[in-house]
Design a protein around this ligand. Structure first.
Ligand SMILES: Nc1ncnc2c1ncn2[C@@H]1O[C@H](COP(=O)(O)OP(=O)(O)OP(=O)(O)O)[C@@H](O)[C@H]1O
Length: 264
């Protein structure tokens, strides 16, 4: 298993954001993690990346309890805010991708020939070889996002987590972007988790789906998800969310509403 989450809950102060999450993600899967705004997706990802400690529960990465996991070069992460460079940003594609090795552009002069080769390979993998010496700020949002994937790939991670990486990227580039991720998944066996609002746009590329709204409402393969799609959407976004959550004390007052079947 790439990831094993057991009985995970998380609270910000008094606010219960994640509740009793059990999630096993096998190596080699491509998981689409979906849920409404504020449903806890980023919080769960931060727990998996070791940036937040769960209030209760445990996390294992590649079989190791996260507290003892130390090979973080196996885990790549690309956030939704990655593509926010302005056109004056003084680093080339090559330099930005090199940061995946050293964390700092300033150390670039120490790159060995082998490392340079690795950087170029990663750039090639995301199809940006024609832009190696271009400034990152001069690229489109989609192209910048590819460069950030390359930066995450340069340490050859076994697990790559992407938190809404296509925000602000046009529809056609998004499809190309997903195709590129699918290739990493199929050809290199890389485990991928992609956080998204729009699972519809990517069902053809992923293998599994998880639906989160504080609790995990669904986790299964794509075919299971498609067969339960309508009820799942109602469960996540419509009135059934309240029917499900009214078991929890603070939502009891909601359960009389929205029983007109409209899902709103
Ligand atoms: N640092 C924080 N302190 C307090 N509350 C927070 C903090 N970060 C997030 N929250 C709250 O926790 C809940 C879950 O947030 P989270 O960012 O995990 O959701 P999300 O599913 O990633 O949302 P989105 O799709 O809008 O990015 C939200 O209600 C949010 O307001």
């Amino acid at each position: 298993m790439a990831i094993e989450v057991e009985g995970l809950s998380f609270t910000y102060g008094q606010r219960n954001v994640l509740e009793d999450i059990h999630l096993h993600i096998p190596e080699g899967s491509f998981l689409g993690l979906m849920g409404p705004n504020g449903s806890g997706k980023s919080t769960l990802i931060k727990c998996i990346l070791g940036l937040l400690s769960p209030t209760t529960g445990t996390i294992k990465l590649f079989g190791k309890p996260i507290q003892r996991f130390n090979d973080w070069s196996q885990v790549g992460f690309v956030s939704q805010k990655a593509n926010s460079f302005n056109s004056g940003f003084p680093a080339t594609v090559f330099e930005v991708v090199s940061m995946g090795l050293y964390g700092k552009v300033g150390l670039l002069r120490f790159l060995t020939k082998k490392h340079k080769q690795k950087v170029l390979e990663s750039i090639q993998q995301v199809g940006m070889q024609d832009y190696v010496h271009q400034n990152i700020g001069e690229l489109s949002g989609g192209q910048q996002q590819r460069v950030f994937i390359a930066r995450a790939l340069v340490s050859e991670p076994k697990l790559l987590i992407l938190d809404e990486p296509t925000v602000g990227v046009d529809a056609k580039s998004v499809q190309n972007f997903y195709t590129m991720l699918q290739r990493l998944n199929v050809e290199r066996g890389m485990t991928l988790i992609l956080v998204t609002h729009d699972i519809g746009a990517m069902t053809e590329y992923i293998t599994d789906v998880a639906c989160l709204n504080k609790c995990l409402h669904f986790h299964g393969n794509k075919l299971e998800f498609e067969s339960q799609h309508d009820s799942m959407m109602t469960s996540l976004y419509g009135h059934d969310v309240r029917v499900i959550t009214h078991n929890h004390d603070h939502h009891d007052h909601d359960h009389d509403h929205d029983h007109d079947g409209s899902g709103h």
